[in-house]
Design a protein around this ligand. Structure first.
Ligand code: FES
Ligand code: FES
Length: 213
């Protein structure tokens, strides 16, 4: 018959081990806190100068601020919308130095000296841009949340096709690129419309392309 097990000894051993583990963990947490409170390598904010819709603007932003948040939160230009904030919906599309970009994917500090155009800069209710007027005429929206981004992209799509910039639809890169439904749809595919106004958006873009030949 085996000797009786000394449970009291085992319990003391266990408690001592647990206390040591807790103390070790606390020391480690203290070390991590000390590390995380260490001063960052560089400045936390930067001053950025942009030309926005033709006006020089200077703003001081946290270095992590996206161009989208700089426009919306710092400059109060809320026409540029935040949908996904992850480069997936196109609601934040604006123009930088003449090219459309997803402003949620770009830091404001990367655009010092750049020219930015937002929906507020391309037309006013009493003087709409032709693309804005075409969207109204063709009901190219329902809730309107995606519309500023759609219009910004649509204006650039026509320019891109005319400049011969290839898209995935273009098989032969030497062939002239035509303004076709497929070409427009492909180039607008980064702008999602949850209301599904795609057919009307296409009609608006096609009309502007035809009228501006
Ligand atoms: S908010 Fe920028 S792509 Fe959706
Ligand atoms: S009009 Fe509502 S998401 Fe496009």
């Amino acid at each position: 018959m085996s000797p009786p097990i000394d449970f009291s000894l085992r319990r003391r051993t266990l408690l001592a081990g647990t206390a040591a583990a807790a103390a070790f963990s606390a020391v480690n947490r203290g070390g991590a806190a000390a590390q995380s409170s260490a001063a960052p390598a560089g400045p936390e904010t930067s001053t950025v100068t942009l030309t926005v819709n033709g006006e020089p603007r200077e703003l001081t932003v946290d270095n992590r601020t996206t161009l989208l948040d700089a426009l919306r939160e710092h400059l109060k230009l809320t026409g540029t919308k935040k949908g996904c904030d992850h480069g997936q919906c196109g609601a934040c599309t604006c123009t930088v130095n003449g090219e459309r970009i997803n402003s949620c994917l770009s830091l404001a500090v990367m655009h010092d000296g750049d020219e930015v155009e937002t929906i507020e800069g391309i037309g006013q209710p009493e003087n709409l841009d032709p693309m804005q007027a075409a969207f109204v005429e063709h009901d190219g929206f329902q809730c309107g949340y995606c519309t500023p981004g759609q219009i910004q992209s649509a204006r650039k799509v026509i320019e891109e096709i005319r400049a011969g910039i290839p898209s995935h639809v273009t098989g032969d890169l030497t062939a002239e690129i035509a303004i076709t439904d497929a070409e427009i749809r492909e180039r607008m595919s980064g702008n999602i419309c949850r209301c599904g106004a795609y057919a009307n958006i296409l009609a608006a873009i096609t009309q502007v392309a035809e009228e501006s030949v």
